[in-house]
Design a protein around this ligand. Structure first.
Ligand SMILES: [Zn+2]
Length: 387
């Protein structure tokens, strides 16, 4: 076993740089002297680090602050637009990507329809999306954060299995990093969404929450004690391919009756089409729901109910009170949400169920993109993208 060795100069420099950037990011604008006081670094070290950061453009001087006797100190802050980050969401019928600055503000968004692509064709679409996003950008790119469906080894960025995109053991992180020569972080989409819900909750933040994405696939991301919980093999929250109906429909994973085959978007649309006799998308189901059509109510009730039963299991195992729902299926609205709540609360232990809060994410858009970029920025700069 290798013993830890003394930090190299390079490691110390990176550590100090991160410390100074984080201090300025969280507490700026402040002076060099204040940075030294807050971090415990010497003034000389802070001065050296700041010189590098000014040269890199990450930090800027914004004039003088109030004097406390002598010469008024120069104030420093992080330039939020000094670096851009790409956040990708590969979880739905559209691959979506945004350019995000260091505060998580979205600067540009591109969406491309998947149109049933999978395997290599889906990978080519990821490149197309990134090329379009990066075309003509001027600020340096800090890195690319990807939220993807499926089982992801987030350490290596390899997708072990993404059923709906037919990806198996795809080293997505490595491939993208090689092509764009920037750091890449790959995370499961529901896990990225959970992180975004936690990060951006502001004053409403709670230490435990479950974010569940219901769309093409169904997956949960777990935040426990303020941190993403990934389980033994990064697969924590992969509820979409748990069998809920032994006599159910064939799933793309090869089994029958997975939660996705009852509660997922394609299952809902397929069942609606079998009733109406023509292709019927989610929007059409919603319209029918609003018109009070019985078939639509029955579908929303069954799909929401199946999800609610899965949530009851999560509540029983984890006693997490806040459940946030996101993804296209949440557009079905109140009839669907009521079924989710009814089944989740009526099947969990009453004492636990009393305090459960099941709600649709606000806003519902960009949650995965924001989470994926937040993960990348946290990894590369040690910053938490919160105002
Ligand atoms: Zn399945």
């Amino acid at each position: 076993m290798a013993l830890p060795t003394k930090a190299t100069h390079q490691q110390t420099r990176v550590h100090n740089e991160r410390l100074v950037v984080r201090t300025l990011y969280d507490l700026g604008p402040i002076s060099r002297a204040e940075v030294a006081r807050l971090t415990g670094l010497t003034r000389t070290t802070v001065s050296d680090v700041v010189t590098t950061l000014l040269d890199d453009g990450v930090v800027r001087e914004i004039g003088r602050g109030p004097s406390s006797g002598g010469k008024a100190p120069i104030l420093l802050e992080v330039d939020d637009d000094a670096r851009l980050v790409v956040g990708l969401d590969l979880g739905e019928e559209h691959f979506a990507g945004s350019l995000v600055n260091l505060r998580g503000d979205i600067r540009r968004t591109v969406e491309l329809a998947v149109d049933g692509r999978d395997g290599d064709a889906a990978l080519a679409l990821v490149f197309d999306l990134l090329d379009r996003l990066l075309d003509g950008t001027t600020a340096p790119l800090l890195g690319i954060g990807i939220g993807t469906p499926g089982l992801v080894d987030s350490r290596t960025g390899t997708i072990r299995r993404a059923v709906n995109l037919d990806w198996r053991d795809l080293p997505l992180g490595e491939i993208v990093a090689e092509r764009y020569t920037v750091p890449v972080n790959v995370a499961n989409d529901s896990q990225a969404a959970a992180l975004a819900e936690y990060t951006y909750a502001g004053g409403d933040r709670v230490p435990n929450l479950i974010a569940i994405r219901v769309g093409r696939g169904v997956g949960a991301g777990l935040i426990l004690r303020g941190a993403l919980f990934q389980g033994d093999g990064s697969g924590a929250g992969e509820i979409g391919h748990v069998v809920v109906d032994d006599d159910g429909a064939l799933c793309r994973c090869g089994r029958t009756g997975c939660l996705e085959t009852v509660a997922g978007m394609r299952a809902i649309e397929a069942r609606a089409a079998s009733v109406t006799g023509r292709p019927t998308d989610l929007a059409a189901v919603r319209t029918a729901l609003e018109a009070g059509e019985a078939w639509a109510t029955a579908i929303a009730d069954d799909a929401g109910g199946a999800l609610g039963r899965a949530i009851a299991g999560l509540i029983g195992a984890l006693d997490v009170r806040r459940i946030v729902l996101l993804g296209p299926v949440t557009d079905l609205g109140q009839a669907w949400l009521s079924a989710v709540r009814r089944e989740a609360t009526s099947r969990a232990l009453a004492l636990l169920a009393d305090d459960i809060e099941i709600a649709v994410a606000r806003p519902t858009t960009n949650v995965v993109i924001r989470g994926a970029s937040a993960l990348l920025v946290a990894r590369e700069l040690g910053l938490s993208l919160v105002r």
